[in-house]
Structures are given as structure tokens and as C-alpha cells.
Design a protein around this ligand. Sequence first.
Ligand code: HEC
Length: 114
Amino acid sequence: MKFIFVFFLSIASLLSADFITPKEYAKMLYENPRGISCKNCHGIDGAEQILGHYIQNGTQRSFIVPNIQNLSFKEFKHSLTQFKDSKSIMPNYSLTDDEIVALYNYIHQQKEKK
Ligand code: HEC
């Protein structure tokens, strides 16, 4: 039984390289990088999102997540590689350069679809 499991596992890893296209890879990365989805805060395409509302000094305010569709690659990369201060709710991800490129292209493809 154990042998069969190991056998299938090795077959799966041999074949998995061709299982997904670069676009599917980028989508997967955007939707579940390091277990915390960009999509939860930035929506399906990176457009501006209202995450919720709160009351400050008696007035209702919205918590707005900025649009990330129109950043230059340099700005995009800078923001993902700099250490976030404690005021930011966005996580620090430690993404690789290739992952940042894939995410940047994915957001642009999503934007063009609309
Ligand atoms: C928990 C919510 C949350 C998650 C998850 C999240 N972000 Fe953010 N992101 C924010 C918020 C809020 C900001 C606004 C700036 C700040 O508070 O740091 C932001 C800012 C950014 C910016 C900079 C925008 C600018 O105008 O400079 C980029 C780029 C970005 N996010 C990309 C991503 C990517 C890519 C992922 C997934 C790998 C991700 N974010 C995951 C909440 C989130």
C-alpha cells in the first residue's frame, strides 16, 4: 500500500511540470500566495476595493484598499519588497522576483479583460 502511494506521488511530480500554464500559475499565485490571498483584499482584478466601514469620532468611514492596476512595475515591486509598517494591514510576503513579475502580469491581464 505504501509502495503504491509513493509510486503515484512520483508519477504525479514527474507530470506536474506541464499541468498548468503560466497564466494558471499566476492566477493561483494571486489567489493563494503564502496562504493569504491578494484577492481577499484587492478583489479579482486589483481595482479599488472597500473592505469595510468603521466609525471614527461618530462619523462612518470606509476602509479603502487602493487600486493596484496602474502602478509601474517598479512601484509594484517596491511596494511588495519593502517592509510594511505596523499601520498597514497588508502582509509581508517575501515573494521572489519571478513571482512578482507573474503577479504584475496577471493583474494587467485581468484589467484588460474588462
Ligand atoms: C489583508 C489585506 C491585503 C492583502 C492580503 C494584500 N494586500 Fe496589497 N494592500 C493592502 C492595503 C490595505 C494596501 C494599501 C497600503 C497599505 O496599507 O500598506 C495595499 C497595497 C498594495 C500595493 C501598493 C499600492 C500602492 O498604491 O502603492 C500593492 C502593489 C499590493 N498591495 C499588492 C498586493 C499583492 C500582489 C498581494 C498578494 C501577494 C497583496 N497586495 C495582498 C491590503 C492587502
